[in-house]
Design a protein around this ligand. Structure first.
Ligand SMILES: NC(=O)c1ccc[n+]([C@@H]2O[C@H](COP(=O)([O-])OP(=O)(O)OC[C@H]3O[C@@H](n4cnc5c(N)ncnc54)[C@H](O)[C@@H]3O)[C@@H](O)[C@H]2O)c1
Length: 378
């Protein structure tokens, strides 16, 4: 009998951006099978899509509440074990809360909720449920990002003294400059996206990368956000000065109006003995910097990498690891947790990362609104 974990999908229909990444990632290590879904709010769209991708239609439900209700009627061995929430942001909280209250494991897209208050409610729900909860900060799944984390932890850079994370995209340009389009995109609608567009969508990834790779928490921030038009309520660009616990200073720069940029996430950490730089658009290269040695470039799959990094590679060195592999590594970690197997805490971002993310998003907006003041994260 198949030992695959029974996966349900919420959102992520054929019209979505992120659905394909989760579906393929879930299949990559042979751990999951999709047994149920609400791919779209329209039931017929969901059914059509399920047929197209070969998912049986008997558990394609008309809506989320029906999915929970019907799945709970099934014997535990047949029931969905974990649901991936891939809808627009405002649905993450009600869906995740109800799933936790009914004993399901959850894989949730970022930002985990639309407010910090909701995030804390989810945290309390998880404490009661004692199930597995992951937030898909996808980039933490790259082998060379994991290597960064382990090298910093091992002290290879000495004492961290500067952090610079930049996440530049240009995709919102054609939308933001068109009055009609900027009023109809869900990412620019606070009711659907939350109080922030740029910081909520990509700034939060950059923030997570700071904490994931350094192992240090951000303590205080000062944000300067950019809205471009008076009728636009959501930031689409911004710079955030950060101070980490222990006094390390740094900067998070995020933009969706960096004309021509694609998905340029760059993470740089500098210590008193060396530095590390990694770029998402060339994710197999980790630059190791030093004042007194030539530049070194680490690549995935080599024995010189840490166990956490090597556990995230499937083929020998020279076979590029991409975004699908990164997400698959997160699904692999979640599978181990669901099965009660040992795993490294770096294998997937958790509820705590989700709560910290909302703390960051709300603090950046508050800092900007209060006239670019320093704010201490809760
Ligand atoms: N981890 C990452 O790097 C990453 C990248 C992109 C998007 N995301 C996140 O993923 C989420 C979805 O983003 P997207 O770009 O795929 O959005 P999208 O608008 O492209 O797709 C949303 C999907 O949800 C479906 N949906 C909407 N309401 C629904 C409902 N009530 N029930 C079931 N399905 C419903 C839509 O039909 C669509 O298929 C967002 O929270 C976003 O922040 C994360």
């Amino acid at each position: 009998m198949s030992k695959k974990i029974k996966l349900g999908i919420l959102g992520g229909g054929g019209d979505s951006l992120i659905g394909v990444l989760h579906r393929i990632a879930s299949f990559m290590n042979d751990n999951y099978e999709i047994v149920g879904a609400v791919f779209n709010p329209d039931h017929n769209d969901s059914l059509t899509f399920a047929k197209e991708i070969g998912v049986p239609t008997n558990r394609i439900y008309k809506d989320f509440d029906t999915l929970v209700e019907e799945e709970l009627k099934l014997p535990e061995g047949e029931r969905i074990q974990v649901c991936s929430i891939l809808t627009p942001n405002f649905l993450h909280f009600p869906m995740a809360k109800k799933l936790l209250e009914n004993g399901f494991n959850v894989i949730c897209e970022k930002p985990m909720t639309t407010t910090y208050e909701e995030a804390k409610i989810l945290q309390a729900a998880l404490e009661k449920a004692k199930t597995v909860f992951a937030v898909t900060h996808t980039y933490t799944g790259y082998p060379m990002v994991r290597q960064m984390r382990e090298m910093v932890k091992a002290g290879d850079l000495g004492k961290v003294q500067k952090v610079d994370v930049q996440y530049y995209q240009g995709w919102i340009n054609p939308i933001i400059h068109d009055k009609e389009k900027r009023s109809t995109t869900w990412r620019l609608n606070p009711e659907k996206a939350g109080i922030s567009c740029c910081m909520g969508d990509i700034g939060v990834h950059a923030f997570n990368m700071v904490e994931y790779t350094t192992g240090l928490q951000v303590d205080t921030i000062l944000a300067d956000l950019n809205y471009l038009y008076e009728d636009n309520k959501m930031d689409i660009d911004g710079t955030v000065l950060i101070r980490l616990k222990g006094g390390v200073k740094g900067v998070i720069r995020a933009s969706q109006i960096a004309t021509g940029e694609e998905n340029r996430l760059t993470v740089a950490i500098y210590g008193d003995k060396g530095g590390l730089r990694w770029e998402q658009e060339n994710p197999n290269l980790l630059y190791v910097l030093s004042d007194d040695k030539p530049l070194q470039v680490f690549k995935p799959g080599h024995a010189y990498n840490s166990k956490l990094s090597l556990d995230g590679t499937k083929l020998p060195p020279g076979h590029p690891e991409g975004i699908f592999d990164a997400m698959a590594n997160i699904y692999l970690g979640v599978a181990k947790a669901i099965r009660g197997e040992a795993y490294n805490s770096g294998e997937f971002p958790t509820m705590m990362d989700g709560v910290r993310g909302l703390n960051f998003i709300e603090s950046t907006v508050a800092s900007h609104q209060q006239g670019n003041t320093w704010i201490t994260l809760k």
